[in-house]
Design a protein around this ligand. Structure first.
Ligand code: ATP
Length: 506
């Protein structure tokens, strides 16, 4: 069994070999934390987008879509708080010269203590067997209690220090906890400094500071500044949502986890506008709704968990992450945030334009409250890809690599394979391809033995292969092969559409 790190490396190599993801500008040795999607990657990415868009926009009558520009007026980012507060505290280790996020160092330290607690509990569960009372054990075991207190003490000190921007105390805490650099093993740390994550550039010919333009670090602000345009033009009534898929840019300090932490990435965000006071109800609603969406992708439920935030961003009064078990551990995949009226209120103040909604039911104007669901497209891609990757030993002793991507998301739905390259088989296969390609993304291949072609399609994640042989010319029957079970079935060409519709959907 490969270790998680090895597995992660294999997935990255597989993604490159099979045309899913390439490092950006690879012939120039790449650009750190920037990636390109290949011929099959772009299909998977588009399918994920479409799946999200359909469930969030098309199938609902209370959400509409939007596509706003990446460049926005610089004051947007002043109002949103990003100029002043979109910072990560960074710290360097003087020996390894590696840079870390100070908050991640402390949070990883807390995770290690939590791990210790879980080990203690599991050990006791084994020892006591059926009579084990986990709740009581957690509440009374001295070692568990001591570790819980340790975590509590760290949190009590750490989050307020971040809140106060007391970076001296954050450094002191790192030193007192004895946190070492994972590379050098030393405690030789620099001071903690704030680092703004926004990329900036200039617009036009003026290059004074005042005209700095930012590459948006989130798509949400494009939605907020268009709130009234959308509400009026689409005649929306509260509660309603606005959804957008688009690029976002962050100059991440630690960016070395493949698609998990990129400097240019894509978000699928939805801002749901509600009556003040009703935000908690909608926050709960969206937590559940979004988890259901994830589970509908066909990935096992145990791969997901919620993580409710202790430390809230400057705009939020409640926040939770949906975490996914990536090969690098459980990490954030989507954030659900109750953003209050912070954003609309701030834009109203900075722009001097009213951003209010007149609610006929209560006969009152107000700034709506907002519940946001924000999911990374690339992280979802990585979740699907890493969950799909399997190495299998077959009964005949051979091995195969399979991407078990759910059929509705798979880049190629069906491969059309003439058994050999002559005798009229390619022409027959071409006819079938032409009859299917308007409904399904198909792939045609005539090179290599049929066994090799099946393996290649398995590794690409193609759920079905259809083989045309000499018999087909006589009876119009083809072989359809299932990627996961490898079972083959003989069906008539006239049945192919119906079978695919049933298996893949449309
Ligand atoms: P993290 O704590 O991992 O940095 P975040 O809390 O800053 O993430 P949000 O601002 O809530 O992330 O962004 C919403 C979503 O956008 C995240 O859940 C994630 O899926 C995605 N995302 C954020 N930053 C990146 C990144 N650098 N690369 C890829 N996806 C990202």
């Amino acid at each position: 069994m490969a270790s998680n790190e090895e597995l992660f490396k294999k997935i990255i190599a597989h993604a490159k070999e099979y045309g899913y993801v390439f490092p950006s500008s690879e012939i120039y040795d790449g650009l750190s934390a920037v990636y390109d999607y290949g011929p099959f990657g772009v299909e998977l990415k588009n399918n994920i987008k479409e799946y999200w868009w359909k469930s969030m926009v098309q199938y609902r009558d209370d959400i509409v879509g939007l596509d706003t520009a990446i460049f926005m007026h610089p004051t947007v980012w002043k109002a949103s708080g990003h100029v002043d507060a979109f910072n990560d505290p960074m710290i360097d280790n003087k020996d390894s010269k590696k840079r870390y996020r100070a908050d991640v160092l402390v949070e990883d330290f807390i995770l290690k203590i939590e791990d210790k607690i879980e080990k203690e509990v599991n050990k006791a569960a084994k020892r006591f067997g059926e009579t084990f009372d986990e709740k009581m054990f957690r509440e009374t075991n001295p070692r568990v209690q001591e570790n819980l207190k340790k975590i509590d003490d760290i949190k009590q000190r750490f989050y307020p220090a971040l809140e106060r921007d007391d970076l001296v105390d954050v450094k002191l805490l790192i030193e007192e906890l004895g946190i070492v650099c994972p590379i050098s093993g030393s405690r030789n740390w620099t001071d903690v400094r704030q680092f703004n994550l926004m990329f900036s550039t200039q617009m036009g010919s003026v290059n004074e500071d005042a005209n700095a333009i930012y590459l948006r670090p989130e798509t949400a602000q494009g939605i907020f500044v268009n709130f009234l345009n959308v509400q009026k033009s689409a005649r929306m009534k509260i509660p309603f949502g606005i959804a957008q898929i688009g690029k976002a840019f962050r100059n991440e300090i630690v960016a070395r986890q493949f698609l998990f932490r990129m400097r240019e990435f894509e978000q699928m965000e939805m801002q749901f506008f509600v009556r003040p006071g009703e935000e908690m109800k909608w926050y709960q609603y969206w937590k559940e709704e979004r988890m259901k969406w994830h589970l509908s992708l066909g990935i096992p439920a145990e791969k997901y968990r919620f993580h409710d935030h202790d430390k809230l961003a400057h705009y939020a009064n409640a926040a939770s992450d949906i975490e996914f078990e990536f090969p690098i551990g459980f990490k954030e995949l989507e954030g659900i945030h109750s953003r209050t009226d912070f954003d609309l209120g701030a834009h109203q103040e900075f722009s001097g334009k009213k951003l209010q909604y007149f609610d006929h039911e209560v006969n009152e104007s107000y700034i709506p409250y907002v519940v946001e669901t924000s999911i990374g497209l690339d992280r979802t891609f990585l979740a699907v890809l890493s969950n799909s990757y399997r190495e299998e030993k077959l009964d005949d002793g051979s091995e195969r690599v399979v991407l078990g991507i759910p059929a509705q998301l798979a880049p190629i739905k069906v491969a059309i394979l003439p058994l050999i390259k002559k005798d009229g088989l390619p022409e027959k296969a071409g006819e079938l391809m032409n009859s299917l390609k308007y409904d399904y993304r198909c792939f045609y291949e005539e090179k290599d033995t049929i066994g090799r072609r099946y393996r290649r399609m398995d590794a690409l994640g193609t759920p079905y292969c259809i083989t045309i042989d000499h018999q087909t010319l006589e009876d119009n029957m083809v072989t359809i092969r299932d990627r996961d079970t490898m079972l083959q079935e003989r069906i008539s060409i006239s049945e192919v559409q119906g079978v695919l519709r049933e298996k893949v959907g449309r």
